[in-house]
Design a protein around this ligand. Structure first.
Ligand code: C2O
Ligand code: CU
Length: 639
């Protein structure tokens, strides 16, 4: 069973455990039959949870920490107490009603239910890592519920006031005091501030975030490389109503009135010189060069690398087109709205020497108002190609969810991922390709005699060389990139001692997001901007462990650096060195990636499911000695 399935199953069994014990308690309290049956089923469920958590623990401590340290101990203690307090009486009168079960017995049955429920709540709203606050509040909560229940089911004659004449403190009063103190302490701990930085096991920052080179000073050069040209562009952000190919009109936010924005192209070594103007996007805009390792001051992260470009303002971006490949650009301001509505476009840089493919198509896939389109075409694209011609399809996923692609009618190679060439990619056929949100795949094939069709999520969206009708690609197995292509050179030793190692555990939970409590998308239990920023030093070798504890996919994206995939779920890559800027961490997965910190700045590091980023799943990676934009840490909408 996959880790994701185990996580889900454990949720189900946890809820079931709570339900069974609560049922047993309620039946007993109302002197109804079948208490023993419910309790035995509950005990079985407890055993099931112990087994499940044991299996999950083997997948990684992150998946079970709060269960092992808190949820299960509570559950086991409560179950044992119930066995002692209610067990003998129930077993002595199996099947009969539980009339005559002493109040303590009834309370003990319900207490197991409370403990089971509390464990589930901690997992669901708190998650990893378990905090002292969550632990204390849980214990106090269960204790309080038990006390209250005891109060309710205990006959009047033995209420504390009457049971303790002469002003003696009763046991119940003592327990009440202990529970209250625990609860208050747990509450108080909620307000302890998180550390603001994480050094990943390396040296702490020497410079405070307010000192050192200002990030706004880290700008690109003003001239192209020798032999390169300047590529001047002016891109204007404005609202517009744009018709898709089918005629459907989209109330869009656009660059230059088009969906997507103007395709930007360059030859390696050119200077991209792009002036962004904002005509009427009231929320403001920026240009972020997704996957392009630009100098940080050109990165377009509002509130972090620049001020947002308000309506009527402009900003000029300049950087050298050093990386050849398929990239894209998009606004980074309220991006979960802006990108979805159309503030994005493609950026393709071709190598200076190297023959271009005879047919070279740039195919950005995007969902407008629920309609999937390639470019602005929500129908089927047609493309002619001569037999024997080289065809390159540049697939871009500009949505927040993955898309499944398949190519029918030809063998092909996946030549590049995220704009980076693979080493000796082998020939593929009848394979599906799952493209993460934000990611790019370049497919290359030689045009066969017959037609070729590209499907997106099972539907034909592009025909090369004619053809018609459906093609069945739904059953084709998905290509696993971690075993595709041949191993090749990488710029650092994979078994090296990394200078910094950061672990990011992704989940949902209750956390503060932009100053408000929310059921957030969290990193290590926190939401933006209270996730400690990661501090690195120029030249460090950095490793990320990214763990998905939740039930949703998280396309992880670090700005300013391609990362090398080392392993997934403990299994190292066996194929081509795999450099990516966005990688899908599916439920239950654990990814290990590494990169060299060689591009100083303050970089966003976030989930590229943009609504997730908006719901808190976003942090920053800052180089020691680079100072942030003044007033940056608040930067509520800078994503
Ligand atoms: Cu493509 Cu921070 O984004
Ligand atoms: Cu996400």
């Amino acid at each position: 069973m996959s880790t994701g399935q185990l996580v889900l199953l454990d949720h189900v069994v946890a809820v079931l455990t709570a339900a069974l014990w609560l049922a047993a308690g309620v039946l007993a309290a109302s002197s109804r039959p079948r208490v023993l049956v419910a309790a035995l089923a509950g005990a079985l469920a407890v055993a099931g949870r112990l087994a499940l958590v044991a299996v999950l623990a083997d997948r990684g401590w992150w998946f079970v920490q709060e269960k092992v340290l808190l949820g299960l101990p509570l559950l086991v203690v409560a179950t044992a107490a119930a066995a002692v307090l209610a067990g003998p009486r129930l077993v002595a009168r199996p099947g009969a009603d539980a009339g005559g079960l002493p109040p303590a017995g009834v309370v003990s049955l319900l207490a197991v239910g409370y403990a089971a429920l509390a464990g589930f709540v901690v997992t669901f709203v708190g998650g990893y890592p378990l905090t002292w606050s969550a632990g204390l509040l849980t214990v106090a909560g269960v204790g309080g519920a038990v006390l209250l229940t005891a109060q309710l089911v205990t006959p009047r004659a033995t209420t504390p006031a009457q049971a303790a004449p002469g002003g003696k403190v009763t046991r119940r009063q003592l327990v009440t005091a202990a529970v209250s103190i625990t609860g208050v302490y747990g509450l108080a701990l909620l307000f302890v501030r998180a550390p603001s930085a994480d050094a990943g096991g390396g040296a702490a920052a020497v410079e405070p975030p307010t000192r050192g080179t200002p990030v706004t000073g880290l700008r690109g050069p003003s001239t192209p490389a020798v032999g390169g040209a300047v590529r001047p562009y002016t891109v204007t952000a404005r609202t517009a109503t744009v018709a898709l190919a089918s005629g459907q009109e989209i109330d869009a936010w656009t660059f230059d009135g088009a969906l997507p924005g103007p395709p930007l192209t360059a030859v390696q070594g050119d200077l991209l010189d792009v002036t962004l103007r904002n005509e009427d996007i009231d929320d403001g805009v920026t240009l972020h060069w997704h996957g392009y390792d630009v100098p940080c001051g050109e990165d377009g992260a509002p509130g972090t690398t620049q001020a947002v470009v308000a309506a009527g303002d402009e900003f000029r971006y300049r950087f050298r087109a050093d990386q050849a490949g398929t990239f894209w650009y998009h606004t980074h301001q309220v991006s979960h709205v802006g990108v979805r509505r159309g503030l994005y476009g493609t950026l393709v840089v071709t190598p200076r020497e190297a023959e271009a493919a005879a047919v070279d198509l740039v195919l950005p896939v995007h969902t407008f108002d629920g309609v999937v389109a390639i470019g602005d075409d929500d129908g089927v694209l047609e493309q002619a190609a001569d037999e024997g011609a080289t065809v390159r399809l540049r697939l871009l996923n500009t949505d927040s969810e993955p898309h499944r692609f398949a190519l029918a009618g030809t063998v092909f190679r996946l030549a590049a991922v995220d704009g980076r060439d693979l080493n000796e990619p082998g020939e593929l056929s009848e394979r599906a390709l799952r493209l993460p949100a934000g990611g790019r795949y370049d497919l290359v094939f030689t045009m066969p005699a017959g037609p070729v069709a590209l499907t997106v999520d099972g539907e034909v969206r592009l025909r090369v060389g004619g053809g018609d009708g459906d093609v069945a690609t739904g059953e084709w197995p998905e290509l696993d990139l971690l075993g595709y292509g041949e191993p090749g050179d990488v710029p650092f030793d994979l078994d090296t001692a990394y200078d910094r190692h950061f672990t990011m555990v992704l989940d949902r939970g209750v956390a503060m997001v932009d100053g408000r409590p929310a059921f957030a998308q969290t990193v290590n239990g926190r939401g933006h901007p209270s996730i400690p920023e990661q501090v690195v030093a120029d030249g460090d070798l950095v490793r990320f462990t990214v763990v998905n504890r939740g039930l949703e996919t998280h396309p992880w994206h670090l700005h300013g650096h391609g990362v090398l995939v080392l392993a997934r779920d403990g299994r190292p890559t066996t194929g081509s060195p795999l450099w990516v800027d966005t990688f899908d961490v599916r439920p239950g997965e654990v990814w290990e990636v590494a990169f060299e910190a060689a591009n100083p700045g303050v970089w966003m590091n976030h989930c590229h499911n943009l609504p997730h980023a908006d719901q808190g799943m976003m942090l920053r990676l800052r180089y020691d000695g680079v100072s942030e934009l003044p007033g940056a840490q608040g930067g509520g909408h800078g994503h």
